[in-house]
Write a new protein. Structure first.
Length: 157
């Protein structure tokens, strides 16, 4: 982006983005390197960002708190317009794309919470009683030992 593409005076420096979003400057650089946010270099070779980047960083932080991997966050953010602010329809589309995954995670966490007492000390790798990691003792069909640690098709020594 250059001066002609946007309101250069309204652009934020990396320090301003960090201060206003509550993350470290290094985090802003990390997010940009990972393709989560975008900026440009000023004539003085300083990083500049549109104000809309603050909303993106807020979404990144909330998504991370929910346990969503950065690669998935980047994929969802790529659904937003590259330039300017996202509208309600854009955010609704992202929220809808996450809904099924969040429902699945909630279900897994609820099952873990409800069955955690039975997991203490079971080993989980080939025990018939582990309904979370090895339901129905499916690992036993693959042989003895730490089946989840062995690559598919690898022979045990």
């Amino acid at each position: 982006m250059n001066r002609a593409e946007g309101n250069f005076a309204a652009a934020l420096s990396v320090g301003e983005v960090a201060a206003r979003s509550g993350v470290a400057v290094s985090t802003v650089h990390f997010y940009e390197k990972r393709g989560l946010i975008a900026g440009w270099r000023s004539g003085g070779n300083q990083r500049r960002y549109r104000r809309a980047v603050l909303r993106r960083i807020a979404i990144i932080k909330v998504a991370q708190q929910l346990g969503i991997p950065l690669a998935e966050i980047r994929d969802r953010l790529s659904m937003l317009p590259a330039e300017g602010s996202a509208g309600k329809a854009d955010w609704d589309r992202i929220a809808g794309s996450w809904r099924a995954d969040l429902d699945r995670r909630i279900d897994q966490l609820t099952r873990l919470r409800d069955k955690l007492d039975g997991c203490i000390g079971c080993g989980c790798l080939s025990m018939e009683t582990c309904p979370l990691r090895n339901p129905g003792d499916v690992a036993a069909e693959r042989g003895t030992g730490a089946r989840y640690l062995c690559p598919a098709g690898a022979e045990e020594s």
